[in-house]
Ligand binder design. Sequence first.
Ligand SMILES: Cc1cc2nc3c(=O)[nH]c(=O)nc-3n(C[C@H](O)[C@H](O)[C@H](O)COP(=O)(O)OP(=O)(O)OC[C@H]3O[C@@H](n4cnc5c(N)ncnc54)[C@H](O)[C@@H]3O)c2cc1C
Length: 564
Amino acid sequence: MHQPTTQARPSLYYRYQIFQPWLPSAHPAQDRKKVVIVGSGPAGMVAALELARLGVPSVILSSEQQVSQGSRAIVFTRRSMEILQQVGVAERMTENGLPWRFGNSYYRGQRVFRMEAPHDPDDRFFPMLNIQQQFMEQYLLETCQASPLIDFRWGNKVTQVAQDSELARVSVDTPEGPYTLETDWLIAADGGRSEIRAAMNLKMEGSSYEGFFVIADIRIDLPLPTERLAYFDPDWNPGNTILMHREPHGIWRVDYQLPPGETPEEALRPESLKQRIDAQLAMIGHAGVPWEMDWNSVYSARNLTLPDYVQGRVLFTGDAAHLLPIFGVRGANTAFQDAQSLAWHLAFVVKGLASKKLLANHSRERVGAAREIIAEAGKSTRFMAPPSPGFRLLRDAVLSLSLTEAFVRPLYHWRTSRPHEYADSALNSLGDDNALFQSGPAHGAPPQNICLGSNDFLLDHLGGGFDLLYFTQAATIPESLQQVVTAIRARGVPLKIIAIGNTERVAGADLTLADADGHFRQRYGVSTSGAAYLLRPDQHVCARWLTLDANRLQAALNIALPQS
Ligand SMILES: Cc1cc2nc3c(=O)[nH]c(=O)nc-3n(C[C@H](O)[C@H](O)[C@H](O)COP(=O)(O)OP(=O)(O)OC[C@H]3O[C@@H](n4cnc5c(N)ncnc54)[C@H](O)[C@@H]3O)c2cc1C
C-alpha cells in the first residue's frame, strides 16, 4: 500500500500544505479516461491546464501529498512567463518573483564580463524572474483545482503501465490500496527518475559529465541587487566555479563545483557546507554575516534525451523525456515548452481534428529542441566545468586573457534557455511567403510581443487555438477568407481572426487592434494591406504571407492539421 509522507517538508520560507489523498472507495467505478497524466510537476500541470483550455479533460496522478521538496527551479525565462500567462498564473509569478536581466562574471577579484539580457518596451515580462519552484507549483495547482476538466489525485502512485494499440492500462496504488485506470493516452510527466521510462526499458541518448555541484539555499541578508553572479577559479575553490542568485524571502542560492574525487556525502557534511559558504561570503566582502541553511543537495550535469517522446499510447514530457544540463536554467523552462507543445498536438488528435501525425510532429519538434539545448548547454558546461585537460587549458586561457583583453570577454556569456524555433516543422506552410519577408518572426518562431497600450500586449489577446493576424486598412475581412474560417470552425477547429491596422472595428474579425503609428507592422515586417501571419495554438508561426488569399489560407491549414 502506498503511504506517502504526511509530514510537511521543512522550509524556512515556504509553508507546505498536506493535501488529502484521493481514495478509490470514495468514488464510483472508474470509466475509461481520455488522458491520464502521471506527475504533478511543472510539465504535468501545464499539460493538464493547456488540455483543459482546449476542452480536453484529464486526470493528474501524483504520488505525493504536497508540492516538491526544497528549492528546485528558481529562474524562469520570459518565454516561460508567456506560456504561464496562457495557463493563468503569470500574474502571481510576477507579483511574488524577483525580475532581473544582468549577469556578472568575476575572475581574480575583477568583474570581467557583464551580461545584459535585452528588455524591449514590447515585452510584458522581464528576461528572467526568480521565484522558488514550490510557489510556481502552488499557483499551477490552484489553477488546476479550479478547472472542472482536471481531476487532481494526490497520493496516487503509478506502479505499472501496460498498453495495446487502443489504450493504456495504469495500475495505481493509494493509501487504501490499488485500483486500475484505463486511458486513451497516458502522459508520463513523472520526472527525471521516471519509473515508467525505466519499466518500458527506454534508453536515453547523450552523455553525462563527471563533476558534481552543490546547491545550497541559505537565508541571509545581503545588500546586493538581483543579478546573476559567477566566480571563476576563486582562491577558496581553485579551478572551480561558483554561482549565486537572489531568491524571494531573503534566500540566496550558492551553487559551487566540487574538487574532483570529493563524494556527495563528504560535500554535504554540515562542516564542509559551512566552511565553503563562509569562504564564499568572505570572498565577496560579507564575511561574518549570519546565515541559516534552508536546503542543500548535490547534482551532476547530464545531457540526455529519449530519441522519441511518443511510445504508442504513452507520451513522455519534461524531465521524464530528457535530462538537461544545469547551466542555463533549462529543466523547468524546457518542461513548460514541452507541455504546451504536447497539449495542443494531443488535444487536436483527441478531438479528431487531425491525425496521429500531429503526435509524431510533436516528438520531432521537441526532440529537436532537446538536442539543440544539449549542444548549446554542452558548450557552457565545458566552460564552467572543463571535462578534460584540453578544455581546461582553453578555458584558463580565456580567464587569464580576459583580465586585459576585452575581445575574449564575451566568451563568458553562456546562453540561457530560449524557445526553439521549429524552422523545419512539418506543419509549416509550403506555399506561403516566409522567404520573402525581411524581418518579423519566421516559420516556427514564437511571436514577437507588441505593446498596444498601458498594460496591454498582443500576447494578452492570443491563445486557445489558431490565431490569424490579418494586417489591413480595409473595413472588412475579405468574404473569401471569412468563408475558409467559417468552414474550419464548423469542423471544431478554434481559429480567431485578429485584424491589425484600423482604429475602427474591422467587420468579420474577432478583434481589431489599432496600429496607428505602424509599429506593429514594422515589427512583423509588413508594409502592405492584406499581409497575414498564422499562429498555431502554441503561438509559433506556421505560415506568413505578404498577401493572403483564401486558397493560401486553406493550404496552410491543411498542412498544419494533417488528416491522414
Ligand atoms: C537543485 C535543482 C535546481 C534546479 N534549478 C532550475 C532552474 O533554476 N530553472 C529551471 O528551469 N530548472 C531547474 N531545475 C530543474 C527543474 O526542477 C525540473 O526540470 C522540473 O521540475 C521538471 O519538471 P517535471 O514536471 O518534468 O518533473 P518533476 O518536477 O520532477 O515532477 C515529477 C512529478 O512526478 C511525480 N511522480 C514521480 N513518479 C510518480 C509515480 N510513479 N506516480 C505518480 N507520480 C509520480 C513526482 O511526485 C512529481 O510530482 C532544477 C532542479 C534541481 C534538482
